[in-house]
Design a protein. Structure first.
Ligand SMILES: *[C@@H]1O[C@H](CO)[C@@H](O)[C@H](O)[C@H]1NC(C)=O
Ligand SMILES: *[C@@H]1O[C@H](CO)[C@@H](O)[C@H](O)[C@H]1NC(C)=O
Ligand SMILES: *[C@@H]1O[C@H](CO)[C@@H](O)[C@H](O)[C@H]1NC(C)=O
Ligand SMILES: *[C@@H]1O[C@H](CO)[C@@H](O)[C@H](O)[C@H]1NC(C)=O
Ligand SMILES: *[C@@H]1O[C@H](CO)[C@@H](O)[C@H](O)[C@H]1NC(C)=O
Ligand SMILES: *[C@@H]1O[C@H](CO)[C@@H](O)[C@H](O)[C@H]1NC(C)=O
Length: 427
């Protein structure tokens, strides 16, 4: 019997030749086609005609600030600006503060380093309001040169600069400037994003704490905002490092990197490739984070981070042991942000979307998706019922495109309605 079945199989496949079908294109379509959109309508609220934006912060008074990467290519006089209407940004706090008199780089030691100028902005990567309405800018001290690479920093250049928008200077001069020793921020460190908790019971000074993502040397820097003292945690552990051979897909295109200074095609290393997406939980107890070259999601308890390893020989181990892996993100993320309902918003450049993480269920869900969301970079929850975010086409910049700038102006600030408000810890 088995033999008979074998022969009939053979003869039926021979019959297939007789039934050969001729395909022709139809006008009809399959039942489901991706329309590229999901969730609330996305509004365009500001167009950037010149430079692609990075960071955005919309404060409780409605004042909005933005930062731009800058260096020699392309030339940009401004790295921090205030948005004054739908088309115009003005240098903040002044054009003078954005103009280091001796330039952005310094080659007097025989190699190119970032400027060590502490009193002017060099290349700011993030601007964030704290719970008292003050504006803070973090300067990497590492300008963009040769179309996409950053020379090492010189101490003094990388800094955290605070402006009190309500004091006598009306925010025109900083009330605080904090620099970092090289033991805390190495020359290849890259200050990427920052979150604040001003609760008085957290540090010795009682003036609150800042947590900073170092995407370049891969770690978290903690700062006592009163004393200016800083220390380093999670230094180059798996969770803060880039994943090796990470290949993001943008607008459907798998995207490697290559640039004038690093011409061999390689996997993602932008801004160091490490810990980049960064947000604080609504209760201040966790920092949520992900490296930019990764699809893995983590959180770490802030309590162990606040212990300075100089004061406690077990602090480094305890902080590392308080990292939790939360699973995959379903796509790489750039900026993260929290609202006061506890929701974590996650930008998702690979999917032209913003997702949410719900700490109650532990699940990541699609929140909003739109073809305009061409690399959502930084997210900011405002108190007007909207989540604001910049889109800057980062994967079309020269460092991802073998030295060619393929970005298409203008760039945009977008917003979508949300249920929550800003997280103001220690207000
Ligand atoms: C687009 O598709 C999504 C499902 O992916 C659906 O929720 C939405 O209503 C569709 N939008 C339009 C305009 O058809
Ligand atoms: C924005 O402000 C600039 C500078 O004051 C002004 O020239 C421009 O007309 C304004 N644009 C709009 C749309 O209000
Ligand atoms: C430039 O570098 C020299 C030594 O290498 C240093 O003395 C000087 O302060 C630096 N200037 C700036 C603006 O970085
Ligand atoms: C402070 O500066 C802002 C922006 O330039 C301006 O709108 C505001 O009127 C100023 N306030 C005072 C008290 O000078
Ligand atoms: C600090 O004080 C706040 C408000 O009272 C409280 O919720 C928090 O648990 C305290 N944190 C620490 C580390 O003691
Ligand atoms: C990358 O750029 C270099 C320099 O312009 C060029 O010679 C090379 O052909 C480019 N490679 C690809 C794969 O486009």
């Amino acid at each position: 019997m088995k033999k008979t079945a074998f022969f009939s199989l053979l003869s039926s496949s021979a019959v297939g030749v007789v039934n050969a079908v001729t395909f022709t294109p139809l006008d009809d379509k399959p039942g489901l086609i991706d329309n590229g959109t999901f969730g609330p309508a996305v509004e365009v609220v500001h167009l950037f005609e010149n430079q692609p934006p990075i960071g955005i912060t919309v404060g409780s008074t409605g004042r909005a600030f933005v930062n731009f990467n800058r260096g020699d290519l392309p030339t940009n006089p401004t790295t921090v600006a205030e948005i004054i209407n739908s088309t115009t940004e003005v240098p903040f706090p002044s054009l003078e503060f954005n103009t280091p008199p001796e330039g952005l780089t310094n080659s007097s030691s025989g190699r190119i380093l970032g400027s060590s100028d502490t009193n002017h902005f060099i290349n700011v990567q993030s601007v964030v309001h704290d719970a008292k309405g003050r504006l803070w800018a973090i300067d990497t001290g590492r300008p963009v040169i040769d179309g996409g690479d950053n020379p090492p920093a010189a101490p003094g250049g990388p800094k955290l600069v605070g402006f009190d928008l309500s004091d006598d200077s009306n925010g025109t001069t900083p009330f605080k400037t904090i620099t970092f020793p090289e033991t805390v921020l190495p020359a290849l460190g890259y200050l990427n994003d920052i979150r604040f908790d001003l609760s008085p019971n957290l540090t010795a000074s009682g003036e609150g704490v800042a947590y900073i993502a170092d995407s370049g040397a891969h770690g978290i820097i903690v700062v006592d905002l009163g004393t200016g003292e800083s220390w380093r945690h999670l230094d180059s552990i798996h969770a803060t490092n880039p994943v090796s051979q990470f290949l993001p897909t943008l607008f459907g295109a798998p995207t490697y990197q290559a640039s004038a200074r690093n011409p061999a095609f390689h996997w993602e290393t932008v801004a160091g490739g490490g810990i980049d997406g960064f947000a604080i939980s609504a209760n201040g107890k966790f920092i949520y984070f992900t490296p930019i070259a990764s699809r893995d999601f983590y959180r770490v308890e802030t309590g162990p981070l606040r212990v300075n390893p100089a004061d406690d020989p077990f602090a480094v181990i305890r902080a590392v042991q308080s990292v939790q892996y939360l699973g995959q993100l379903g796509g790489g993320a750039d900026g993260l942000e929290t609202d006061d309902t506890g929701t974590i918003y996650l930008s998702s450049p690979e999917h032209n979307s913003v997702n949410t993480f719900n700490p109650q269920t532990g699940m990541i869900e699609l929140f909003v998706r739109d073809p305009m969301i061409a690399w959502p970079d930084t997210l900011s929850v405002a108190n007007d019922g909207f989540l604001y975010f910049t889109v800057n086409q980062l994967w079309l910049s020269p460092v991802y495109q073998n030295g060619t700038d393929k970005r298409v102006k203008p760039f945009a600030l977008l917003r979508v309605p949300i249920k929550g408000g800003p997280v103001l810890l220690g207000a």
